[in-house]
Design a protein around this ligand. Structure first.
Ligand code: ATP
Ligand code: MG
Length: 577
């Protein structure tokens, strides 16, 4: 493509409303433009990258035996009512009515639609297993869209759904997707880790997220430092070693009520009473499927709602409103405690052996000192309910944890029979008995993958595309287009590279060489061929690698071979062979 004819609006200044590097660079490199909050257009350069990512995904999904379909974005409410998600999904689900006042949504995901499709067509075990995938637009009305296409509202997703006759079969399907995902992200030129994850809105029994490691990532992940163990999980999910053995027995002191006017937060209580955060027990009142629950964690710990939700097995979980807190504890917020609370009490494991702690007094402006379990209140159950901290150890092997940040680009789930039971997706087994299909689902965010790739591959000049997803492989930069010799040589190199099947930009703009170099660096084309008068007089050109900055001066035929080799070497990434 000739640069002079391209729709490629690059920008020198860093856009003020773009918080992350990938968002800034996607705008500056003319890849995307915002239409409205969380909704973006892809411009030609950006869309080429999207198509490359999609192509890699297609090849690997097909290799793994999945088959491509294309399902509607608009979905009838009835299917979501059948699965039970119409009421549960919350405000991320964009709902609307048609002219007949029938309710619909724009699909944030497609479990319902695909389950409906398959239950109508698959009747016997002979037709299983099947894995169907699509690359299609999703809509999620995110509360806080940000980082450009990384967390937006309308986005492209590859979503796949596997249907098996039994659980071992479903495990196999899951493992195949795990391997396909590993190949996909390797081929996209990214460093990633698969970590155990919470199953959230989608549900099911088990899941892995594929995390691209980046300091700017929204997700916190932990790894066990013992390579022999290999435990890795999203912080939301990370299991913590159970209760420690009791320390030296401390005698219980008499319970004491203390006046703590307007002292509410842990920091305020610490300062006022001269205690450490780990000597305090925090009481949080939640409403779980309409019923209040008091949840206790140590003052220096944070409650993990994902763990709490899965422990309590509730569909809806939220912090109690002021009036509920008042009703359950008898006091306004900030002074809740477990003594006399009108709710079931569940506590984090770390409380099991605590003695003589401080907690809210269930009375405005009061706390208690020397509270003790059993003597002063009853705990219904102890469980792992908090986020891991750097002081915690791996639940599997006892080694220290390492913390890192990542971007979730893919997520694979073992769904089991959640949807097949709710929507009656059954088949006849070899004995003629009706059985539920066992499902899995597997997503990859296309735009987020491209953005994550930029987070990992850039410098202060711009993007550094891996060859496999680069919008073009080579850019040819004649330093002066008004020099007819240079222009002619550039055309020849351009034609020769195109003939070799490469994707090439010829920067034929009448601009200073410096401007062209800056644009080439900004848009991140892996190889640049500079054609200038001095070298050309010797029949040579300069080939520069964007990533290393390494420059080679080569005769034109050698340059063509060098570029072709570099392309092959990089695109032909060997995964797991
Ligand atoms: P997150 O926790 O980041 O909201 P999720 O768990 O809701 O993600 P899934 O339902 O598993 O995501 O969706 C599959 C994939 O779709 C994700 O791994 C991610 O790559 C992509 N994705 C999800 N939400 C968005 C979004 N708002 N914008 C862009 N991509 C998204
Ligand atoms: Mg989400």
């Amino acid at each position: 493509m000739r640069y002079s004819e391209m729709f490629l609006p690059t920008i020198r200044e860093v856009p003020s409303d773009a918080e992350s590097v990938s968002h800034q660079l996607m705008i500056r490199a003319g890849m995307i433009r915002k239409l409205t909050g969380g909704i973006y257009s892809y411009l030609p350069l950006g869309y080429r990258v999207i198509r490359k990512v999609e192509q890699i995904i297609r090849e690997e999904m097909n290799r793994a035996g999945a088959q491509e379909v294309f399902m509607p974005a608009v979905q009838p409410a009835e299917l979501w009512q059948e699965s039970g998600r119409w009421d549960m999904y919350g405000k991320e689900l964009l709902r609307f009515k048609d002219r007949h006042m029938r309710e619909f949504c724009i699909g944030p995901t497609h479990e319902e639609v695909v389950t409906d499709l398959v239950r109508n067509e698959i009747k016997t075990y002979r037709q299983l297993p099947r894995n169907l995938y699509q690359i299609q637009t999703k809509f999620r009305d995110e509360i806080r869209p940000r980082f450009g296409v990384m967390r937006c509202r309308e986005f492209g997703m590859k979503d796949a759904y596997s249907f098996d006759a039994d659980w071992p079969g479903a495990d196999k399907s899951y493992d195949k997707m795990f391997e396909a995902y590993s190949r996909i992200f390797t081929r996209c030129g990214m460093k990633f880790r698969a970590v155990e994850a919470d199953t959230g809105n989608i549900g099911g029994s088990f899941s892995h997220e594929f995390m691209v490691m980046a300091e700017t990532g929204e997700d916190a992940v932990i790894f066990c430092s013992n390579p022999g163990c290999g435990y890795a999980a999203n912080l939301e999910k990370a299991e913590i070693a159970g209760p420690e053995s009791p320390g030296a027995a401390e005698a219980m002191k008499p319970l004491e009520e203390v006046h703590t006017p307007d002292v509410r937060t842990i920091e305020e209580v610490c300062a006022f009473l001269g205690v450490k955060a780990e000597d305090i027990v925090k009481t949080l009142i939640f409403v779980c499927d309409g019923k209040p629950a008091a949840v206790l964690v140590r003052g220096d710990h944070e409650i993990n709602e994902a763990k709490l939700r899965s422990y309590l097995k509730c569909d809806s979980l939220e912090l109690a409103a002021d009036d509920v807190v008042l009703n359950v504890t008898g006091s306004p917020k900030g002074f809740a405690g477990a003594i006399g609370v009108k709710a079931d009490v569940v506590a984090d494991y770390s409380l099991m052996h605590m003695k003589n702690f401080v907690m809210g007094g269930n009375r405005e402006d009061y706390h208690v000192r020397n509270a003790n379990l059993e003597r002063d209140f009853r705990v219904k159950a102890f469980a792992d309910l908090r986020f891991a901290t750097p002081l915690d150890r791996c639940a599997r092997c006892g080694s220290p944890f390492e913390f890192a940040r990542g971007i979730e680009v893919g997520h694979i789930f073992k769904l089991g029979t959640k949807y097949s039971k709710a929507m009656k997706a059954v088949y006849l087994d070899s004995d003629g008995h009706e059985q539920y299909m066992v499902m899995g689902c597997y997503g990859i965010g296309i735009g987020r993958t491209a953005a994550a790739c930029i987070e990992q591959n850039h410098d202060d000049k711009g993007i550094i595309w891996p060859m496999s997803v680069a919008p073009y492989h080579v850019i040819i930069t004649p330093v002066n287009v008004n020099d007819s010799g240079l222009a002619k040589a550039s055309e020849e190199v351009y034609g020769a590279l195109l003939a070799r099947g490469l994707e090439v930009i010829l920067d034929d703009r009448d601009e200073r060489a410096g401007v062209k170099f800056n644009d080439a660096d900004l848009i991140g084309i892996p190889l640049r061929v500079t054609i200038g008068p001095k070298r050309l007089a010797e029949g040579k050109v300069e080939v520069r690698e964007r990533k290393s900055g390494e420059t080679k001066v080569l005769a034109v035929p050698a340059a063509l071979d060098y570029i072709t080799d570099a392309f092959r070497r990089e695109v032909d990434i060997k995964c797991f062979e």
